[in-house]
Write a protein that binds this ligand. Structure first.
Ligand code: SF4
Length: 719
């Protein structure tokens, strides 16, 4: 069956049925939407990632299309402190353009910033990056994907030469004899993925989970390592230490396909298992058994996710696991390798095409002269007009409204009031802006602070492409038009570009080097036209989409990048013969454990960590509004070990206060032996008193800019 086979579109009429994908996570489960009268039904469909399954979030996704909270008219705030009021599109867009002009006239081009999201389609992410650099000519654009897997991205780039979440199809998981999951909980975050784990188990494979909590995934494992949060790097180095001591190194692979191993060998020599047990709490016997089960089988896969990444040493932690995979000779063989489980729906594609502060389309570096020249040529602007790199997400948000930071911010598809670390501080920064503009389809907590809210289309109302956790480019298909009063993000960008054209001579005054581009030509509203331009802009880059077409995606189950030639093959598996580095070899990097940015102390004696629950997604702006999901997960909670609760005099259901140096959260206690007695956990989906990010630390990884969501020091009190 082809991916496009189920699309039923009658010429001249709106589609009544669309074969599309879930709007939420990076598994991008295949689903069919059917409109029957006023009802929209969701049905799963066979797709290689979900194989006919959906989780509760996917089943209920269509409920938001006609939700009473749906925004269908622009909103304006006339003055600080006034309520948002309905406005016309012209009034709202004029207000945005005037605010942009005022900020840039007074403070310069970088006084305006753009903040995107990992849920935007490739077309929208691309257009947003172009809009920032060409229409606004600001260097300040970044996105919430920075908080999702930027550490794995940076580690993959420096070690393997490329950042593609999984360098192999997801089905490879079922072929692995041993699968090591580090800081990943797919049983709650992407349940249909378990079908691949079931395959693996039925073939006799072993699943080893590394997680400080005994999660639903850990309970499926044949072995669960439960380290102290923030000690994964030491665990990885100990595993490599054991493999070397036991003679399990793949010497030929290391010699022929890698560089830099000697320094790693010297470094891990100091990671004695007994010392790592004292540091991490993982027994030596478990370390030895894990190393054995990884190193002595034909096929093994190591996967990392947010638990390993969301640390101020996230890049080094992921690097330690890549070192282990390389030393065992895993990458490049079917059923073996290293990969990262991307979280957000288009977390992968979103960072490939220009939404990130340091990147241009095709995963090109914005400070690379050749890359700048190529993209400037596609955009029809002088290369010197392209701004340089901007600030990564947290630094950008933390600079808003300050003496040196942007004075205006345009947010597309993100809710940083709930999702940013040290969120109260970021909320205060947003309030300090001269102009906050939010394009969304619901009044998120960030939209509630905005001066201008622009109502935009939802996933089932738009065509486009997404790139899932495998690097597979797939098609999002519209079921119906957006409701009256709602515009697509592409139409919003085009309308703003039109109003700002006097500010953006780049695409108006390039007639001496080529044809004059109108704003409509520079910012097309047809997503297929945007994708055609994206193909040209990405051509020759690391994430090369030049050979990907919508028709080609429709004719099969997506297309894996890189795919440089429309008539050539795509690339489901990377690294078979070489790595995309200058010498074709992967690069070891010696990395050492270091403590969390904020150690526990007498005043804050407990470790605090955050994560997700099955029935909610990210900041919860969407899923908190779905009745069935709200019933399943109605509010925040604080997970405590019964022994800790006993010491604190806390009973199950009691309200507790979790206090860090940055703020506090209040929520009911949930007692569970699944968590270590020295650690407390809270999910991050809720705003207000239960906001987990009121507590989290804003220390960031020096390479990736990833905040340390996964560990900080707290105390727990009864209020
Ligand atoms: Fe699939 Fe993720 Fe959607 Fe659940 S949320 S249905 S796992 S894509």
């Amino acid at each position: 069956m082809t991916d496009g086979a189920r699309v039923a579109t009658l010429p001249g009429t709106p589609p009544r049925e669309a074969a599309t994908h879930c709007p939420y996570c990076a598994l991008q489960c295949g689903m069919v939407l059917r409109e029957t009268g006023r009802r929209i039904e969701v049905a799963p469909r066979q797709f290689p990632t979900n194989r006919g399954g959906l989780c509760q979030k996917g089943w209920t996704a269509a409920e938001l299309l006609d939700h009473p909270d749906r925004l269908t008219t622009p909103l304006l705030r006339d003055r600080p402190g006034a309520e948002l009021r309905p406005a016309s599109w012209d009034e709202a867009l004029d207000r945005v353009a005037a605010g942009v002009r005022a900020a840039q006239d007074r403070y310069g081009r970088d006084a305006v910033a753009v903040f995107g999201g990992g849920g935007l389609t490739n077309e929208k992410a691309y257009a947003l990056g172009k809009f920032a650099r060409v229409a606004l000519r600001t260097r300040h654009i970044d996105y919430n994907g920075r908080w999702c897997m930027s550490s794995a991205a940076a580690a993959g780039l420096r070690a393997l030469g490329v950042d593609r979440g999984l360098p192999f199809p997801l089905a490879d998981l079922g072929r692995a004899d041993t699968l090591l999951l580090v800081g990943a909980n797919p049983a709650e975050t992407m349940p249909p993925l378990l079908r691949h784990l079931t395959d693996q188990r039925e073939r006799g494979g072993r699943l080893i989970v590394v997680d400080p909590r005994s999660t639903a995934t850990a309970r499926l494992a044949s072995r669960h390592l439960q380290p102290l949060p923030g000690t994964d790097l030491a665990v990885a180095n100990a595993l490599l230490h054991i493999a070397l001591t036991e003679g399990w190194l793949d010497r030929a692979y290391v010699a022929e396909r890698t560089t830099g191993f000697d320094e790693v060998r010297r470094t891990v020599a100091g990671y004695w298992p007994a010392e790592v047990e004292r540091l991490s709490g993982v027994p030596v016997a478990d370390l030895e058994a894990t190393a054995h089960e990884l190193a002595t089988v034909d096929r093994a896969i190591i996967l990392t996710a947010r638990g390993a990444e969301q640390h101020a040493k996230g890049v080094d932690t992921v690097t330690a696991f890549i070192n282990l995979a390389l030393a065992l000779g895993l990458p490049g063989r079917p059923g073996s390798g290293y990969g990262c489980l991307t979280g957000q729906g288009n977390g992968q594609g979103g960072r490939e095409h220009g939404q990130k502060a340091d990147q241009l389309p095709g995963y090109r570096r914005i400070d690379d002269p050749a890359a700048r020249a190529h993209v400037a040529g596609v955009w029809g602007v002088p290369v010197d007009d392209l701004p340089g790199p901007g600030l990564p997400a947290y630094a950008l948000l933390d600079s808003l409204g300050t003496a040196t930071g942007p004075r205006a911010l345009l947010v597309f598809g993100s809710n940083p009031v709930v999702s940013a670390p040290r969120a109260a501080r970021i909320e205060s920064r947003l309030r300090d802006l001269d102009l906050l503009v939010v394009a969304d389809f619901l009044r998120s907590e960030t939209a509630a602070l905005a001066d201008v809210v622009l109502p935009v289309a939802q996933w089932a109302e738009e065509d486009g492409t997404m790139t899932n956790l495998e690097g597979r480019v797939l098609r999002r298909r519209a079921l119906r038009e957006p409701p009256p009063g709602v515009r697509t993000d592409l139409a919003v960008l085009a309308a703003l570009a039109d109003r700002l054209q006097g500010r953006a001579p780049s695409y108006r005054e390039m007639h001496n080097k080529g044809p004059l581009l109108t704003p409509e030509e520079a910012f097309p509203t047809d997503p297929r036209a945007v994708f055609e331009e994206l193909r040209r802009a990405s051509a020759g880059g690391p994430a090369d989409y030049a050979g990907v077409t919508w028709d080609r995606i429709d004719a099969d189950t997506g297309v894996f990048w890189p795919c440089p030639d429309p008539d050539g093959p795509d690339t489901p598996r990377l690294f078979a013969d070489r790595f995309p580095t200058p010498d074709g070899r992967a690069r070891f990097h010696a990395v050492r454990h270091r403590p969390a940015a904020e150690p526990v102390c007498a005043e804050y004696p407990l470790h605090f960590t955050t994560g997700r629950v099955l029935a909610q997604y990210q900041s919860g702006a969407q899923t908190r509004r779905v009745a069935a999901l709200r019933r399943a997960a109605p509010g925040g909670f604080v997970e405590l070990h019964p022994d800790l609760a006993d010491r604190l005099g806390v009973a199950d259901g009691d309200e507790v206060r979790v206090v860090s140096r940055r703020g506090d959260l209040r929520a009911p206690a949930r007692l569970s032996p699944a968590i270590r007695p020295d650690t407390v956990f809270a999910p991050f989906h809720w705003p207000g008193a239960a906001r987990a990010n009121s507590v989290t630390n804003d220390a960031v990884d020096p390479i990736s800019g990833m905040p340390e969501f996964k560990i900080c020091a707290v105390r727990v009190e009864k209020p």
